[in-house]
Design a protein around this ligand. Structure first.
Ligand code: PMT
Length: 401
C-alpha cells in the first residue's frame, strides 16, 4: 500500500525508540523506502546499525552528512520524501521544533521539508500533561503539523497513564491517511461488514462464515481517502478500527434499523455484510432439548439493500454478491433487482476468495454491464480497487445528472 513512497523516520531519545524498529519493519513490508534520522540521544537506546540493516539505507546521525548527489544532506532528503514521521517524539524535540530551534539533522530537516510531518509522542504521563508540552503541541498543530495521541498504559518509568507510543499499526494507518488522495472527500458512506446472527435459542443461532475483513478494509480505505464513514458491523472478532465510528449489531433487523437511522445523511452505501436471509420464526427462551427430530420454521429477513435501492435518490449504492455458481449472471440479476450502481461478485467457493481469508478474488460489474476482472489480492488492495471504481462511477453519475 506504500509502494514507491519515500518516508523519513525521525527517531528521538526515549525508551520507545525500540518500537521505531517495528515501525520501520511495517513500513518496508508495505513497500515504502525508509530513511532513518536519529538524534544523538536516540543512539543511546538503539544502534544506528539496526535501522541501517532493516531499511537498507544509510542512517543519518550527523548534521553535515553529505549525499552522493553532493546536495546538502537535509535539503536532498527533504525534497525527495513523501512524509516525515517522528516516532517516538520526545517533549524535547516537540519543544525545539515549536520554538524554531534547528541544531541537529532532524530539526533542520523538519524546517527544510514541505511534506506532511507526523509526530507520535511518547513520554512520561506528567510530562505529557504539562502545560508547556501541550502549548507546544497546540502551536505546532496550528502550523499544520500532525499529531497522534500517545496511548494509555504502564510506562517504562513505572507510572501508569497516557504517554506510551501509539500502536505501530495505528501509526502506519495515520501515515496512510496522510498520504492517500482525498478523492472521497465530501462523501458520507455507510459500510456494512460481517455476518448477522439470528437466535434459535439462548445457545444457538443461524449465522455464516463472514469475518468482517472485507467490510472493515473498505471502511478504513474509504476513511483514508477522505470520506466520512460509519461502519455498521455484525458480530466480528476484529478490533474496531481506531477512531472509526462503528455501530455494532447482531441481527438483520437490527442492521436494517441502524441503516435506516443513518440513511438520510448518507451519500453512499456499501453493503459487504453477509446478511442472513432467514431467521427462526420463533426464538425459544430456553435451550431446545435434544428429543429426536426437531423442525425449525424459518421466515425471510428483509432484503436490506433492495429496500435502500427503492429510495436510492442520488446515493451511490454498492452491493456484493456471494456466489457459488453462475457468478456473473447471478450478480447481474442482483444488481438490477436491488437497483445498484455497482456489484462486487465473489465466488465464495474459490480458494483465496470470500469468507474469512485475508484475500479475495472479485469481479466488479457496473450498471452499464461492463465487467472488470481482478486477480487474487489482499482485502485491503481489493478495497482500494473497489473504491477506485466507486470514485469513477460517482464522477460519471454526476456528469450524467
Ligand atoms: O467478511 P469476510 O470474511 O471478509 O468475507 C467477505 C464476504 C464474502 C462476506 C463479502 O465479500 C461478500 O460477498 N459479502 C456479501 C455476502 C452476501 O450476503 O451476499 P448475497 O449475495 O447473499 O447478498 C447480496 C447483497 O445483498 C449483499 O450486498 C448483501 O449485503 C445484501 N443483502 C443480502 C441479504 C439480505 N437479507 N439483505 C441484504 O441487504
Amino acid at each position: 500500500m506504500l509502494q514507491g513512497k519515500e518516508i523519513l523516520l525521525g527517531v528521538t531519545g526515549g525508551i520507545a525508540a525500540y518500537k521505531s524498529v517495528l515501525l520501520l519493519r511495517e513500513l518496508t513490508k508495505e513497500g515504502a523506502n525508509v530513511h532513518v534520522i536519529m538524534t544523538k540521544s536516540a543512539q543511546n537506546f538503539v544502534a544506528p546499525l539496526t535501522f541501517q540493516t532493516l531499511s537498507g539505507n544509510p542512517v543519518t546521525t550527523e548534521i553535515f552528512t553529505l549525499f552522493a548527489s553532493s546536495k546538502i544532506g537535509h535539503i536532498s532528503l527533504a525534497d525527495r520524501a513523501d512524509l516525515l514521521v517522528i516516532a517516538p517524539a520526545t517533549a524535547n524535540i516537540i519543544g525545539k521544533i515549536a520554538n524554531g530551534i534547528a541544531d541537529d539533522f532532524l530539526t533542520t530537516m523538519v524546517m527544510a521539508t514541505r511534506v506532511p510531518v507526523l509526530f507520535a509522542p511518547a513520554m512520561n504521563t506528567n510530562m505529557w500533561a504539562s502545560p508547556v508540552v501541550q502549548a507546544n503541541i497546540t502551536r505546532l498543530k496550528s502550523m499544520g503539523y500532525h499529531f497522534m495521541d500517545p496511548a494509555e498504559g504502564e510506562l517504562a518509568c513505572g507510572t501508569t497513564g497516557r504517554g506510551k507510543l501509539a500502536d505501530v499499526d495505528e501509526i502506519v494507518e495515520d501515515i496512510k491517511t496522510l498520504l492517500y488522495p482525498k478523492d472521497l472527500a465530501g462523501e458520507k458512506i455507510l459500510v456494512t461488514a460481517g455476518p448477522t446472527e439470528e437466535a434459535i435459542d439462548p445457545a444457538r443461532c443461524i449465522t455464516n462464515r463472514s469475518s468482517g475483513k472485507m467490510g472493515y478494509n473498505l471502511a478504513m480505505v474509504a476513511r483514508r481517502r477522505g470520506a466520512e464513514v460509519i461502519l455498521i458491523s455484525g458480530p466480528s472478532c476484529l478490533p474496531v478500527p481506531c477512531g472509526l465510528p462503528t455501530i455494532h449489531c447482531t441481527t438483520a433487523l437490527e442492521m436494517q434499523q441502524i441503516i435506516n437511522e443513518h440513511l438520510e445523511e448518507a451519500t453512499m452505501v456499501i453493503m459487504a455484510a453477509a446478511v442472513a436471509d432467514f431467521r427462526p420464526a420463533e426464538t425459544s427462551k430456553t435451550k431446545i432439548k435434544r428429543l429426536g427430530t426437531h423442525c425449525l420454521d424459518l421466515e425471510p429477513n428483509p432484503d436490506i439493500l433492495a429496500g435502500i435501492g427503492k429510495v436510492k435518490g442520488d446515493r451511490f449504492l454498492v452491493g456484493f454478491a456471494a456466489e457459488t455458481d453462475d457468478l456473473i449472471d447471478n450478480a447481474q440479476e442482483k444488481m438490477k433487482r436491488k437497483n445498484l450502481d455497482m456489484i462486487v461478485a465473489n465466488d465464495v467457493t474459490a480458494c483465496g476468495a470470500g469468507f474469512c481469508c485475508d484475500t479475495n478474488i472479485i469481479k466488479i460489474i457496473e450498471r452499464d454491464g461492463s465487467v472488470h476482472d481482478f486477480p487474487q489480492m489482499s482485502k485491503e488492495k481489493v478495497a482500494e480497487v473497489i473504491l477506485d471504481h466507486v470514485v469513477a462511477g460517482r464522477k460519471k453519475m454526476k456528469k450524467e445528472s
